[in-house]
Design a protein around this ligand. Structure first.
Ligand code: PLP
Length: 235
């Protein structure tokens, strides 16, 4: 496909997603700028990331370490203007490149991973921003910490140097009705509120994807992770 065609499609898709976010925020009685848009670029090329960047998007989510590193290398002249978020499952033997190259990690679900990220985060970089992935009811994937294990894990991680614990992330099983979509997002928000009452200082609810961003925003999402609605279907 021609690059200018890809650019115009991605720019139009991004605009439509911003409109969905703004509308959902309005329905929820929240300011639209209280919700950040993370463009999930997994399986798409550096060209497509650059097209989204040209259309004003700066934060990108990736699931696979090597694929992300290749894109970062291709886009290295833009590094200072891009924010890279790791949102995929984590393996403890692959934490070093994550600690060295990403700005955020959303999928932390055990202490060992956080300890390695803490030890491997270079001193000259800002703290790595973390979310704990929680297995709220009916999780699509097996990753994620159980809700009743989140508080001790969060307390332990909050003491580690070179990390900043920002909040919680979830990937609920797909369902189509809005009311059903809202339930796990509500559970995640209530959990975050409970953690903050218990003395943590968390400001991020990473929840909502292309098919359920409205439900997530109604339940307080501060960051939605959108792939398909921006870049198209993944093959
Ligand atoms: C792929 C992925 C997304 C984006 O999903 P879409 O339905 O394409 O918007 C969001 N979050 C995570 C963790 C993902 O793996």
């Amino acid at each position: 496909m021609r690059t200018d065609f890809i650019m115009s499609v991605i720019a139009a898709n991004l605009q439509a997603v911003h409109q969905r976010v703004a509308h959902a925020a309005q329905v929820a009685g929240r300011p639209a700028d209280s919700i950040r848009l993370l463009a999930v670029s997994k399986t798409f090329s550096a060209t497509e990331v650059e097209a989204a960047f040209e259309a004003g998007q700066h934060a990108f989510g990736e699931n696979y370490v090597q694929e992300a590193l290749d894109k970062m290398a291709a886009l290295s002249p833009l590094r200072a203007q891009l924010e890279w978020h790791m949102i995929g499952p984590l393996q403890s033997n692959k934490t070093r490149p994550i600690a060295e190259h990403f700005d955020w990690v959303h999928s932390v679900d055990r202490l060992k991973i956080a300890e390695r990220l803490s030890a491997q985060r270079p001193q000259n970089l800002p703290p790595l921003q973390l979310c704990l992935q929680v297995n709220v009811s009916g999780e699509a994937s097996k990753s994620g910490v159980a809700p009743d294990e989140v508080l001790p894990l969060a307390r332990a991680i909050a003491t580690l140097p070179r990390l900043q614990l920002r909040g919680l992330m979830a990937i609920p099983a797909p369902v189509s009705a809005l009311e059903q979509q809202r339930q796990p997002f509500r559970a995640l928000r209530l959990l975050l509120e409970q953690l903050n009452r218990d003395g943590l200082q968390l400001d991020t609810l990473s929840m909502g994807m292309s098919d359920d961003l409205e439900a997530a925003i109604l339940e307080g999402a501060t960051l939605v992770r959108i792939g398909t609605a921006i870049f198209g279907k993944r093959t």
